[in-house]
Design a binder for this molecule. Sequence first.
Ligand code: ACO
Length: 435
Amino acid sequence: MSDTLTNDSTAKIILDSTEIELPVIEGSENEKGIDVSRLRSQTGYITVDEGFVNTGSTSSAITYLDGEKGILRYRGYPIEDLAQRCDFVEVCYLLIHGELPTEQELDGFRASIRRHTMLHEDMRDFYKGFPRDAHPMAILSSVVGALSTFYQDSLNPSDPEQVEISIHRLLAKLPTIAAYSYKKSSGQPLVYPDNDLKYCENFLRMMFAVPSEPYHIDPDFVTALNMLLIVHADHEQNCSTSTVRMVGSANANLFASISAGICALWGPLHGGANEACVNMLNKIIADDGNVEKYVAMAKDKTNNFRLMGFGHRVYKNFDPRATIIKGMCDRLLEKMQIDDPLFDVAKRLEEVALNDDYFVSRKLYPNVDFYSGVIYRAIGIPVQMFTVLFAIGRLPGWIAHWAEMHQSPSKKICRPRQIYTGECVREFVPLENRS
Ligand code: ACO
């Protein structure tokens, strides 16, 4: 847990006519929380909050977001500034180290990451064993987990040098692991990384180059990719980051913790929504662009259908990431002179939904996943790879949270409690007496 400001005020709670005082803690942006960590030892009661809707699992100094005002800042810097003025590796450094790097620090960081982009040759052989149609998120989590079998000398979470080399290896190798999973699905040869190239250039080349012809790296794609990775880079205690912290809290190594985070991100209610969103938009196009029909389906409580890319647990006004991405969609498609029916349907869907009382009253707005697919498509990234791109973007955030937790003097294994609702004690019935 990072530093919290102590607040002189306390919260009072009366249980079984006994009054208990609970400390109130306050963050640097005046967010307040009631510290219930000693409630059970004092009273025998626990708090219950299914889905952690109202529960802070930790305090953290990495990312601040205000869902009502649509604010997102990494280490105090607004996402709009970072997306416009940094490249992704600079943002990785900021998230992990807490400060923007000097030129010298950035050069050293980049150089170290470049040195580690290749995969062990034996690891390349894994790809032969996966089915051709394997989902790339499944490959990603498996291969990241398998890194712990190749680097057994650097798995100790308490050794800063081992942690640093593992961080650099992960940042360097994830794009290679990701690009290989795509090459596997397309049947093309795996392309080795080129360490003369920068992070996004290298990834695009590994994705799209083939040995038989030259590959031109489009600078507009590089700009768009850098921006997308930056806006995905952290989002405080979301489902996958909480998973990384949860697994890491048991002192599992960094590779194992990140592999678990990738699995959590895959879910369609989380990072998998970008793939689900494009599939939904394609379905609407195939259905004569009948946007109204899908809005009606999403409102129908007898139907499980939801508008993918809409709604967010925290943002109840607008998602600042969606605004940045939509702006990039406009610029990129215009520059490339692409008329993408998907973008048109997305914009119409947004307009219809935002003027509908169902969505307005529930504060449902487009989230980060609503427009990102349009850019991925323009770059040529296949739909199944969308969540993989999200994972590459989110990696520095996961790492920063994992490291922050390990550096905290108050670190504990994460172990929630429950209210048991099953049978009370019963007498055992031997098999022959059961009816
Ligand atoms: N379409 C239609 N109705 C919706 C949608 C949606 N996309 N999202 C929420 N609602 C409705 C719910 O049915 C519910 O209505 P009710 O009050 O009448 O019961 C109300 O809005 C509140 O929804 P909850 O599910 O309680 O909100 P929660 O905060 O738990 O869920 C979530 C947030 C999971 C993101 C949800 O909005 C959703 O399923 N969205 C679609 C999937 C998606 O885009 N996920 C990506 C999120 S961003 C990310 O993880 C990177």
